[in-house]
Design a protein around this ligand. Structure first.
Ligand SMILES: [Zn+2]
Length: 361
């Protein structure tokens, strides 16, 4: 990389080397600690996730007597889905727990409770987004091809109402995530881009999209409602609301980790042949954290520590809050911006960014 994009603070060759050495040493130090504590944490989490899911689904039966059962039932099921997708799914699919060699809690076997096929997500998220973070034109997660979030993109009329597009995307988030790879490969709409590295055929993509999507729809809107026949309608509604809460939550967490106002973007030509230190630097400038109690970190899959996640995507995420203290010190020592704040302040920062770029300029 010749130089970091104009908008980013300069990084000298010497600082890049120091940064690479310090962060690599930090990762190695943490890797040496991996073992029984990680297994205990993950298995306990899976146990709690199942308790929440089962009790949520059972409580829905209570609607036979009183509709008030629906409220705790929906909250418990939403909680189960959030934990499944964030702290278990996202992290297991990153291979963070592969060293445990667990039968199904590993990056090859695990499948999550969401419309997106796990393998498709691994190609677009684990590889594309984590490798090309915030490089315009290479990281499709930056705006998801729907929102204009920086001046790198030409302004279009549809950007005027993009705050509504954002709320719509959040509402349908699991379908957006599931359709992401098909959109990138222009499977149904648009002209094919021949410079894209296609690893799978359009047919395979369609099969995964419809196969997983229909399975999810059948589970939540046919199987479980039929199983609880006298309260069919309430169960259907309850499952719909639980999915909606999960969609809103995951979208909010992800937006707070990548689209706050102080996030930097990069040009592809500036990132050619980038060194390890420059790669770390880009990950730090392209992510934002938010603070909060332990339960909040767990419910975000520790993506509240998005900076650490982007620096060390393979390390078990529950270790990020401790690592964050050291990463913050390293950033401070080298004068590198470290973007963090309360959950509310980061959320409003995201809204301001969406609104700012909905206008030209
Ligand atoms: Zn990730």
């Amino acid at each position: 990389m010749k130089k970091i994009a104009m908008t980013t603070p300069p990084l000298t060759e010497e600082t890049a080397q120091q940064l690479a050495a310090e962060l690599t040493a930090l990762a190695q130090q943490e890797k040496a600690k991996l073992g029984a504590a990680d297994a205990r944490y993950l298995l306990k989490l899976v146990q709690w996730q199942r308790i929440f899911a089962i009790s949520g689904r059972l409580l829905m039966l209570g609607c036979f007597w009183s509709v008030w059962f629906l409220l705790p039932a929906v909250l418990l099921l939403a909680l189960a889905k959030i934990i499944d997708n964030m702290e278990i799914g996202h992290n297991v699919l990153h291979g963070q727990y592969d060293f445990l060699q667990h039968r199904y809690l590993n990056s090859k076997q695990f499948e999550w409770d969401i419309a997106c096929d796990a393998k498709s997500w691994q190609r677009t998220h684990n590889f594309e987004h984590h490798t090309y973070t915030n490089i315009i034109g290479q990281d499709r997660d930056f705006g998801y091809g729907l929102l204009r979030l920086s001046s790198d993109f030409r302004w279009r009329l549809r950007n005027l109402w993009q705050v509504l597009t954002y709320f719509m995307l959040s509402t349908l988030f699991q379908w957006g995530v599931s359709y992401h790879e098909l959109a990138g490969q222009r499977v149904f709409f648009g002209k094919k881009k021949h410079d894209r590295n296609t690893q799978v055929t359009d047919l395979e993509l369609k099969r995964a999209f419809f196969g997983k999507g229909l399975k999810q729809l059948a589970k939540d809107y046919v199987f479980f409602p039929l199983l609880c026949w006298p309260v069919f309608g309430w169960v259907l509604l309850g499952n719909f609301l639980a999915n909606l809460i999960r969609n809103w939550w995951t979208a909010t967490v992800i937006f707070c980790g990548h689209f706050t106002e102080q996030i930097y973007t990069f040009k592809a030509e500036d990132c050619e042949n980038e060194s390890r230190g420059q790669w770390f630097y880009r990950q730090m400038l392209g992510s934002s954290n938010f603070t909060g109690p332990r339960w909040l970190h767990i419910l975000t899959g520790h993506l509240s520590c998005q900076i650490e996640h982007h620096l060390f995507p393979d390390l078990p995420a529950w270790r990020y809050p401790e690592l964050a203290k050291q990463v913050q010190q390293i950033a401070k020592r080298h004068g590198i911006p470290y973007n963090t704040g309360s959950f509310a302040s980061q959320y409003f920062s995201v809204l301001r960014r969406i609104l700012r770029y909905s206008l030209p300029g």
